[in-house]
Ligand binder design. Structure first.
Ligand code: NAD
Length: 299
């Protein structure tokens, strides 16, 4: 098992896309790994990752890929995690640490428990709170995690050495590593990331269904562009996030529906004071958020 702070001998990454590729680039630049091995579905894609200097080599067969691994990172879409786990289970060395970068945590904790067994202690669930709407290895950059949070959601039975090794690995990228209970992670991310993505997709979809859509898009300005930027995100990844964090996302949609009903009533009743009060409070909250967490930004 790799010791915290000592580097990783062989890191095997499933899914060498934006997230897995960016981690690989940061670790290779820091000289933290003896070797970074990629595993994915297509040789062409993995060869591109070698050409871009993201990985050292690739192996197409998942079981062969993990046979001599010290650390294994799952960075495939949520819906592909189970398939990879089933294939690597028989070959995973007893000392190797397993971790992931998936956007929802209760589902992967459940899947690892189902497939690796309840006594498997070397799984450290993780989620880097960093990303962009581009995907694929071409979008990977070594700086993606600098100053960003990485949330780890260890279980009571997680091996402390495995947790320390995964923490140390993410710190090398410049990330701030924090721990959080699984359920809280899924609720918080449903509110701050998953609901906004649902809204961006839903807004564009609503406009698409309107007869005046050509005019709407022609005259759309900065507000539309800002609000809908994240609707350019990968549909497969977001389909999976909706399906794998369904309960928490549905709770958030219900809360928003209640707020929209209230908003509608304020407009219907021409309640100028009520509208202004609601908007003033929301503006204040967002301004405070930007000042506190993104002091360099003004919008
Ligand atoms: P991506 O599309 O850039 O990369 C995913 C990679 O997985 C691709 O290389 C793809 O070929 C590969 N892949 C897909 N199915 C596979 C399978 N069955 N077996 C092996 N490889 C397979 O996506 P990404 O943005 O890097 O996201 C990867 C993971 O990270 C997802 O679980 C996502 O929820 C999570 N995540 C994404 C972001 C983000 O903003 N993009 C942020 C944090 C976490």
């Amino acid at each position: 098992m790799p010791e915290a702070g000592r580097g990783v001998g062989r890191l095997v990454i499933f899914g060498v896309g934006l997230i897995g590729g960016s981690l690989a680039l940061a670790l290779r630049q820091a000289g933290y790994c003896g070797e970074v091995v990629g595993c994915s579905r297509s040789a062409g894609h993995l060869q591109r990752a070698i050409d871009l200097g993201v990985i050292d080599r690739y192996v197409l067969d998942p079981a062969s890929a993990v046979r001599d691994a010290d650390m294994v990172l799952l960075a495939v879409p949520m819906g592909a995690m189970r398939g990879v786990l089933v294939q690597i289970r028989p070959a995973l060395p007893p000392t190797a640490i397993l971790t992931d970068a998936g956007s929802t945590k209760a589902s992967i904790v459940r899947e690892v428990g189902d497939i690796m067994g309840p006594d498997f202690t070397r799984f450290v669930p993780g989620h880097p709170i960093a990303g962009r709407e581009q995907s694929g290895v071409e979008a990977a950059v070594a700086e993606l995690y600098q100053g960003r949070r990485v949330i780890l959601t260890p279980q009571p039975h997680t091996d402390p050495e495995a947790l320390a090794a995964v923490t140390a690995m993410w710190k090398v990228t410049g990330a701030l590593v924090e721990g959080m209970p699984v359920e809280l992670h899924d609720q918080v991310l449903a509110a701050t990331s998953h609901l906004p993505h649902v809204l961006a997709f839903a807004l564009v979809d609503t406009l698409l269904g309107m007869p005046q859509r050509e005019d709407i898009l022609r005259y759309a300005a900065g507000g539309f562009r800002d609000f809908t930027r994240i609707a350019s995100s990968d549909p497969v990844m977001w389909r999976d996030i909706c399906l794998y964090n369904d309960r928490a996302i549905l709770d958030m949609i219900r809360a928003l529906q209640n707020n929209l009903s209230h908003f509608s009533a304020l407009i219907r009743n021409h309640d100028a004071e009520g509208l202004q009060q609601l908007m003033q409070q929301a503006k204040q909250t967002r301004d405070n958020y930007v000042a506190r967490f993104e002091p360099g930004q003004h919008s």
